[in-house]
Each structure stands twice: as structure tokens, then as C-alpha cells.
Write a protein that binds this ligand. Sequence first.
Ligand SMILES: O=P(O)(O)OC[C@@H](O)[C@@H](O)c1c[nH]c2ccccc12
Length: 262
Amino acid sequence: MNILDKIIHDKRKEVELRKSLIPTQQLEHSILFERATISLATQLRQSTSGIIAEHKRRSPSKATINQNLNVQDVAIGYENAGVCGMSVLTDAKYFGGSLDDLLLARASSNLPLLRKEFIIDEYQILEAKAYGADVILLIAAVLSSEEIKRFSEFAKSLNLDVLLEVHNEEELQKSLRPSIDMLGVNNRNLKTFEVSLDISKILSSYIPDDFVKVSESGISSIEAIKELQPYGYKGFLIGENFMKTDAPGEHAAKFIKDLTAL
Ligand SMILES: O=P(O)(O)OC[C@@H](O)[C@@H](O)c1c[nH]c2ccccc12
């Protein structure tokens, strides 16, 4: 079993247990369920920097990144830095995150928030909404074309944006549909952890213009972004490069200042 198979195997059990603890109706009656969501896709189309900054404590590829930060401070820092949106890892076992992290980020900022999760069931989309997300991630490598259709249409019915993540052309071809707002190309292969910005460059030509293009992972320099912009990328998802520092918000602020000054 590769790491992605393991994550999904564990996730199926976790979701069944969650469903038994908190019924769907309870999620639907939470205060945040009524909140008007913010469209990350719209923000990215208008932005000059396009930075989506992530809260990530650890990952299977990197072990510990930073365990000492407070998610609320990180959210406030990112917002002050002028990022377009924030991604919050909610997987506990492999990334050290939680739905409470999402809730705390919501409580302390007005940024569009992405629930960064391995979504395999509609229930997790209801959770995303109930805990304050504006966007969900769907990973093509672990979903059928039918599931991508069902989950993305369900998310749209809740006014959530959908970021669909792909890593190769086959995943891209099976996924394109009108209920998807943003196409994320993951430069990291989730099965082998290999990272290459070339993946974004190669796949860009297959992505129709109606989707906002986002390049994800392994981005650590202004040069990388300048290199990707001519391929039509409007969004750049950055985690480790900010999170490995003592003050991710300050680091993001300097990054955005340098990026937009050039
Ligand atoms: O820390 P990085 O290399 O900047 O990457 C951030 C983000 O792209 C990465 O965390 C990610 C992209 N797709 C995912 C899917 C699940 C978990 C995590 C991810």
C-alpha cells in the first residue's frame, strides 16, 4: 500500500465514526452553516499575488514542520500579510491538523478558508461548511469521475467553491466539469513525494481557461512564481516555506511585498 492508500483506508474508518458521533442534522443546524461564504476563485481572478497560505504542522513527507504555533496567530498573520486565502489541514493522523483548527482560523480571520482534507464522503463537505470553510479540496487521485461530479455539485449547492487537485493528464481529463471552480496542479506526487514544478508547466495547456489555475506544493521562491505565471497560473499554494518559520505571517508579508514589487 502506498501512503495515499493508507491515508484513504484510515479516513474511511474515521468518517464512519464521526458520522456516528455528530449526526448530519446537527451539522446543518450549526451557526456557521448560515454564513455567507467568500469565493476564493473570484479573489484569485482579481489578485496580483494569488498566494494561498497554508497551516500545516507536519506531513508524511516532512515529519515535523512546526508544532509551536497557534493557528489563530497564523491566520491573523496571513490575513495581515494580504494573502488571497488560507488553507487549513484538518487531517489529524498524518498532518497534525483538526476541524478545530479550521474553526479557530474562522474565528480570527475573514479570509476565504480552504478545508484541506481527503474528502471521500458528502458528510465531510457538510463538516467543512459547519466549521467555517469557503472552499473544499477534491483529490482526483482518490475519487472516481462519478464521485467528483457528485461531491462538487453538492459543494456548489452549499455555496462552497471547489478546488480539484490533479497530478497527471488522465486525472485531469476525468475531472473537468462545470461544478469545479479551480484546477490545482499538485507538483508533489502524493504516492512518491517527488516534487517538480514541471508538472504545473506540462499540465497547464490541458486546462481550459474557464478554470482558475492553481499551482500547489514545493513553491519556495518568487522566481518559481514568476516562472509559473506565463503558464496561466493565478493561484499559488504555499505551506512549508511559510510554516517552517517562527512567524509565517511576517514571512508571507515579505514574500508578497517582494513578489508584487518586481
Ligand atoms: O508545503 P508545500 O510544499 O508548500 O505544499 C502545500 C500544499 O500544496 C500541500 O500541503 C498539499 C497539496 N495537496 C495536498 C493534499 C493533501 C495534503 C496536503 C497537500
